[in-house]
Ligand binder design. Structure first.
Ligand SMILES: *Cc1c(COP(=O)(O)O)cnc(C)c1O
Length: 464
């Protein structure tokens, strides 16, 4: 399996190269050159397997010969050993045919752990074998950063720098990033919003001197290996609800489009997904795109579901590549328009394809709070605000009642205790392994939203 850039101007890479590189040198994102297929029989054979076994079978066709079967199985085992639930991602029944897929049983209580724990193990295995060291720089709206820090802390082959928007992440999120005391971990509080952090990260990848000098690697959701890890739970959930004999729908709280794109990949591979619903908060560029074809940025408004406070959904570029018949030049033009003019309009053909694959809905701040309250009263479930956004949109977009609807619960409510308490009166407690989070000492560097200021810090501290 080889990986090609969505902008058509970078060399094709192996899985290992694509994983270690992150962003392609033409500014594009790596995607597999074709979608591997799983037959109905192969899908049916996943029933009853452990999460780890399903992960092996679903991801195997994508990794080529980067790892032997034995190595890859061991990597997967190590990645999920730290999850606090035997099912790894348990399915909870809410209503007659509505289910919650709990993705927050990993070490940092958000679904980012599912991919990041795996990527940590894969990086360590690949780098140790090559006797190399890299500098990982990440931008986070809150959850990716701590997930990356947990996955890479203490590892010898990597230094990790995480940029987060100063003052715009929850206290729990910030403390998860600023309290680990490992020497290879650096938290950078940037004076800007998440889109600024993400833009500086892209700038660093396009500054080839810097990129090569510190051996820059990315683990943001632009990294293909992240998306791949998330494909797995669409399979485990759908199979336990009757796939391939029965179709299953999913509603996904969406920011950077990584998680819901993984659902699209599962569908391309042959998983019978009926509807794939994009749920946004008030930062609704994706919902507006589906409604009108107009993909225009309108500025980020902070919300109580901060991990989705995004207007530049990086992974949307991967979908655009398919919507435009995999023509890199067309994608490059659209991404140019987005950068230079703040937006673009989809062609009629692309819009029709988009609507054939996805549905969408939006959830306001008030509706998010109402839904947290509703879920508590009605189902006895205390949801995080992101999961509540998905539940609201799923109820609206329900479709055929005979088709199971799976709502992705992307974080534990205790990561957002203020918003949850304000909505339903219950203050969710941190699980025991994090109970002393507020007693630990914080350590971070505040930095201007300025490329050279950020690069200077990294050059000084990185060991690569
Ligand atoms: C990152 C995140 C999302 C959004 O996922 P994307 O892959 O960026 O679309 C939703 N909920 C939570 C809790 C998150 O951390």
């Amino acid at each position: 399996m080889r990986y090609i850039s969505t902008r058509g101007q970078a060399p094709a890479l192996t899985f290992e190269q694509a994983m270690l590189t992150g962003l392609a040198r033409d500014g594009g994102l790596y995607v597999p050159e074709s979608w591997p297929q799983m037959s109905p029989d192969e899908i049916a054979a996943l029933a009853g397997l452990s999460y780890e076994d399903v992960a092996f079978r679903v991801m195997k066709p994508f990794i080529g010969d980067t790892f032997t079967d034995t190595e890859f199985r061991a990597i997967i085992e190590r990645a999920y050993a730290g999850f606090h639930h035997d099912a790894r991602v348990p399915l909870v029944q809410l209503g007659a045919n509505d289910f919650l897929l709990e993705l927050h049983h990993g070490p940092t209580l958000a679904f980012k752990d599912v991919a990041m724990q795996l990527i940590g193990q894969m990086f360590e295995a690949a780098l140790t074998r090559k006797n190399e060291r890299v500098t990982i720089v990440g931008a986070t709206s809150g959850d990716t950063g701590s997930a990356a820090i947990e996955a890479f802390r203490g590892l010898d082959s990597v230094d990790v720098f995480i940029m987060y928007p100063h003052g715009r992440v929850s206290d729990v999120q910030r403390r998860q990033m600023t309290t680990p005391d490992d020497a290879n971990i650096h938290a950078l509080a940037v004076d800007g919003d998440f889109d600024d952090c993400q833009a500086r990260l892209k700038d660093m990848f396009n500054d080839f001197d810097f990129r090569d000098g510190v051996k820059l690697a990315g683990v943001n959701s632009i990294n293909w290996a992240r998306v791949l890890a998330q494909v797995v739970y669409y399979f485990t959930a759908a199979v336990s609800l009757g796939a391939p004999m029965r179709k299953v729908s999913f509603t996904v709280p969406t920011g950077n489009f990584g998680d819901v794109f993984a659902g699209y990949v599962a569908k391309r591979m042959g998983l019978p997904i009926d509807r794939l619903v994009i749920a946004t908060n008030q930062n609704d560029i994706l919902h507006r795109t589906l409604a009108s074809g107009d993909h225009s940025k309108s500025g980020v408004t902070p919300s109580i579901s901060p991990s989705m406070d995004i207007q530049v959904s990086s992974n949307f570029e991967r979908l655009l590549f398919d919507l435009y018949d995999r023509e890199g030049a067309a994608v490059a033009q659209l991404m140019d328009d987005l950068k230079e003019r703040g937006g673009f309009t989809l062609s009629q053909g692309a819009l029709e394809r988009l609507r054939a694959e996805f549905d969408s809905g939006r959830c306001s701040e008030e509706e998010t709070a109402e839904t947290i309250r509703f879920a508590q009263e009605h189902y006895g479930q205390v949801l995080c605000p992101h999961s509540a956004v998905a539940l609201k949109v799923a109820r609206e977009q329900r479709g055929d009642p005979a088709t199971p609807m799976v709502i992705l619960a992307t974080a534990h409510a205790a990561k957002f205790p203020d918003a949850v308490e304000a909505a339903c009166g219950i203050r969710p407690a941190l699980p025991p392994h994090m109970a002393d989070l507020f007693e630990r000492k914080e350590r971070f560097t505040r930095v201007a939203n300025d490329l050279s200021a950020i690069e200077d810090i990294i050059r000084k501290e990185a060991r690569a």
